[in-house]
Design a protein around this ligand. Sequence first.
Ligand SMILES: [Zn+2]
Length: 121
Amino acid sequence: MKPKLLDCGHPPLPDAYSYGITSKGQKICFDCCLVRDLERLKTNSRILVYWSDNDTITNWPGGHLGRIVSSHKIRNTWVDRSYASPTMLAVSVIDVHGQRWYGRGLGEGLYLKLRKHKNQQ
Ligand SMILES: [Zn+2]
């Protein structure tokens, strides 16, 4: 018996959780997640990514999207500072397409909100 295919047309991996779910509720494989996220880098002006090891930027399944080229500490503006770190990090990112982004995050292993630079020169 053939395994049931995901909505993207590819077979699922043995791990039951190794797929992504699109905003329309379709189940797609991690390869297709990465294809979508790479395209999203080109079309979106804002994106939510994952700050991975060695200052790399990935999507949630770990697909490579870019790298952090600089970071510095700033005041934490996200949360009530009595419950969290008083500082956060402002970062500059270059994605795999060579586009420049800037954003804020709390550090490695956590998510990062990025905005694309209007001037890409
Ligand atoms: Zn797929």
